[in-house]
Design a protein around this ligand. Structure first.
Ligand code: ADP
Ligand code: NI
Length: 218
């Protein structure tokens, strides 16, 4: 099968899984990550085919989005084999999407990312910073009934995976210190690190402005 047809098939698979998502992992997020994965692959001199495929699929086995991760993985593997992906390509894709979520970095085991995983993770993380990242944090925080800010609640340090998902005392502004501002230095590709410089400055400017307004110091 031609690669273009395989990409269309994979996109349709993701639409069937995430097309109705309203948690910030819908097709708008997926399509942005795909565009960025293609750009990063080209910037890094890597064939964009598998990065694009993995970017489409990267949230289809996410523990927060599916009932059973194991059955979601099994279903996806079967689907890919049925679309003429080789066993080796399927293994590469599955390895990427099982290891790139931020939550994986909070586990104790060290992560070994393939060059394609680095590209897809960087593309996903670039969608969590900058103007889009700010918007997604506010959207997510509202959906989970977080407070916007509380100067008395300090950001948590060295969170475990369980703490990351515990939103009882979370605020939208603290999420910047607990995660979003840390992403830039965890990016793995040169192309993504260059893009992130500007996004990082924008988030610092936003936080400074927010706190000035909060304290009537504007
Ligand atoms: P990942 O897929 O890397 O595990 P998440 O699904 O946790 O990431 O996050 C999806 C989006 O919601 C990201 O842009 C992220 O920064 C944002 N987000 C995650 N947790 C929070 C939170 N506690 N408060 C505000 N935004 C959040
Ligand atoms: Ni994602």
């Amino acid at each position: 099968m031609e690669q273009e047809k395989q990409i269309v098939a994979v996109k349709n698979y993701t639409i069937s899984k995430l097309g109705a998502d309203k948690s910030g992992h819908g097709m708008d997020h997926i399509n942005r990550v795909v565009r960025m994965a293609r750009r990063l692959a080209i910037g890094e001199g890597v064939d964009p085919f598998l990065p694009v495929v993995a970017a489409y699929l990267h949230d289809t086995i996410d523990e927060k989005l599916v009932d059973s991760v194991d059955s979601a993985k099994a279903e996806l593997k079967n689907y890919l084999l049925g679309q003429d992906f080789s066993a080796e390509q399927v293994a590469t894709i599955m390895d990427v999407i099982a290891n790139i979520s931020f939550a994986c970095t909070l586990d104790d085991e060290p992560l070994h990312l393939s060059p394609i995983a680095k590209i897809v993770r960087d593309a996903d993380w670039l969608d969590a910073i900058g103007a889009i990242g700010i918007t997604r944090a506010v959207y997510y925080g509202g959906r989970h009934r977080e407070r916007i800010y509380d100067p008395a609640t300090k950001p948590r340090e060295n969170m475990s995976r369980k703490e990351y998902r515990n939103l009882a005392d979370e605020t939208i502004i603290n999420h910047f210190y607990e995660k979003l501002l840390k992403l830039k230095d965890m990016l793995q590709t040169k192309t993504a690190r260059e893009i992130a410089e500007h996004c990082q400055q924008m988030m610092y400017d936003f936080l400074n402005e927010f706190k000035a307004e909060w304290n009537a110091e504007r």
